[in-house]
Design a protein around this ligand. Sequence first.
Ligand code: FES
Length: 71
Amino acid sequence: MIVCSCNVLSDQDVRKAVAAEQRPRTAGQVYGCLGCSPQCGRCAQTIRQIMDEALDAAGAACNGRASDRRA
Ligand code: FES
């Protein structure tokens, strides 16, 4: 799903950026990791939400909670 129409970024693009070695911690850093910059800014809150979800999932996996969900 496209989450940033100005830069044509998908939710998968954002998830990949969050998992990348650079580990962006702000929406602005995500744009940078993906080789673009914010234009209108309407997507910033959505990008932040996707980042939070991805980081929560990564944290759950680190704490073993992901395996608890499968049980
Ligand atoms: S929709 Fe992302 S900068 Fe405009």
